[in-house]
Design a protein around this ligand. Structure first.
Ligand SMILES: *Cc1c(COP(=O)(O)O)cnc(C)c1O
Length: 429
């Protein structure tokens, strides 16, 4: 919906505002940033990330807790640096992510290693720097980790990822806690797996974990998962294996458009109450939020290249594409798209906003009412998570530049990728 003056009527994400009909991120003009750095360009608000983190910190205040930012959501070094400086640990899923984590000086004991396919080399790398916990996803992985750790004369700290078989009520591709997902160990096999782990010389059981999906907008699935996990903790401890920490994963959703997820502190009020009622309030709580820390802290700026009105559809061809913003193509995800400098116009035609990539799946938004001309700038909102970190070079497109705004200061945190960068590893015959 746009007003006659072209300004959106629904609220914008925090720290994204119009001032004098010009879109800003904190104190930085997006039009000026696009002039300086070109498009497509990702622009992030530092304050928005810290505000999102503060909601978790408030929610867990007074409890022994560890907030591990799930860095696959956006692993740019300056973003990791910002969140680590604010007290976060990191949730990693590869040896590459571990290197990024170490590069920003995270305390390795605040690193959790998730993922179903850790290699021996990655296990050795993580053991040698002394990470806090391996979240193990299968019996086979547990045995390999035991062997690798014994070979190094170490005991690997482990948690077993439980598949609690609850429906996170989100998109099937981002739902991970149901039977039939590749993630976690089935509820009925968890106890025997812990008994096995406790008997392995190369392993030290420290916790239990679950992660039921992403873009979750209701409290119910979290409460269900918590109950299922606590049932297991009771059984495991009754069998003589103490559980020091309980890790409830990530997955809290953000408002892309009319989504109404609970605030992190409100969610945790409800979850902590349940934890206390069930007698586990003394345990260390770990969480692994990704999207909810950075998703609404970023926008992607793109320039309108061509207007292509048609009989059935009008297409707005922009210079950002599925290689920059893969979520619509991958999950049919919705991103709001707003003009950087709205035009006053009585009628805004409806457009499919598409990129230059040679795929019909290359769309960014469908049926969007926008009053625009070629050369105008658009901002794709809620682009802080799972955009840049999933970006590719498809069609030999260099990945976009990234800017982190802090008040009136805009820091270039990643330069635009050049053709030389892209072909650096290639050789002619
Ligand atoms: C992806 C992932 C997360 C983060 O999920 P969000 O939806 O971004 O919060 C946390 N834990 C694990 C194990 C994950 O795979």
């Amino acid at each position: 919906m746009t007003t006659l003056a072209g300004l959106p009527t629904t609220p914008l994400p925090p720290f994204v505002t119009y001032q004098d009909q010009q879109l800003m991120v904190e104190g930085a003009s997006l039009a000026a940033l696009a002039r300086e750095h070109g498009t497509p360009l990702f622009v992030y608000s530092r304050a928005a990330m810290l505000q999102a983190l503060a909601a978790y910190q408030r929610g867990l205040a007074g409890r022994r807790h560890l907030i591990c930012y799930a860095m696959k959501a956006n692993s740019s070094l300056a973003i990791l640096q910002t969140l680590v400086a604010a007290g976060c640990g990191l949730d990693i899923v590869s040896g590459g992510e571990l290197e990024r984590a170490l590069a920003v000086g995270v305390d390795p004991t605040k690193v959790i290693f998730s993922g179903v396919g850790k290699t021996r080399a990655e296990m050795r790398q993580a053991l040698s720097v002394g990470i806090g916990c391996f979240n193990v996803e299968s019996r086979a992985e547990l045995d390999v980790l035991d062997e690798v750790a014994r070979g190094m004369g170490l005991r690997a700290p482990v948690s077993i990822r439980v598949n609690p078989n609850v429906d996170a009520q989100t998109h099937p591709y981002i739902s991970t806690g149901l039977k039939g997902n590749k993630f976690g160990i089935a509820h009925e096999d968890v106890l025997s797996t812990y008994q096995h782990a406790a008997a392995c010389e190369g392993l030290r059981v420290v916790g239990i974990d679950c992660h039921i999906g992403s873009q979750i907008t209701q409290t119910g699935p979290y409460l269900d998962a918590m109950d299922r996990v606590l049932d297991l903790v009771e059984q495991i401890e009754a069998a003589g294996v103490p559980i020091e920490h309980i890790d409830f994963g990530g997955g809290l959703g953000i408002d892309y458009q009319g989504d109404n997820p609970p605030e992190a502190d409100v969610l945790w009020q409800a979850l902590l109450q349940r934890l206390d009622v069930r007698g586990f309030g003394d345990r260390q709580i770990c969480i692994e939020p990704g999207r909810s820390l950075v998703g609404n802290a970023g926008v992607c700026l793109t320039e309108v290249l061509y207007l292509k009105p048609g009989e059935q559809k009008n297409f707005l061809i922009v210079d950002a594409a599925m290689n920059d913003l893969p979520r619509p193509a991958m999950y049919q995800a919705f991103h709001r798209i707003v003009p950087v400098a709205p035009r006053a116009s009585e009628d805004a035609p409806t457009w499919d906003v598409v990129g230059p990539v040679c795929e019909s799946g290359d769309w960014i938004g469908r049926d969007r009412a926008l009053a625009v001309q070629s050369g105008d700038l658009l901002a794709v909102l809620s682009a802080g998570a799972y955009c840049m970190s999933m970006a590719s070079n498809y069609n030999t497109r260099g990945r976009a530049a990234e800017v982190l705004v802090d008040g009136a200061h805009a820091h270039l945190i990643r330069a635009r990728e050049s053709l030389t960068d892209q072909t650096r590893l290639e050789r002619l015959l």
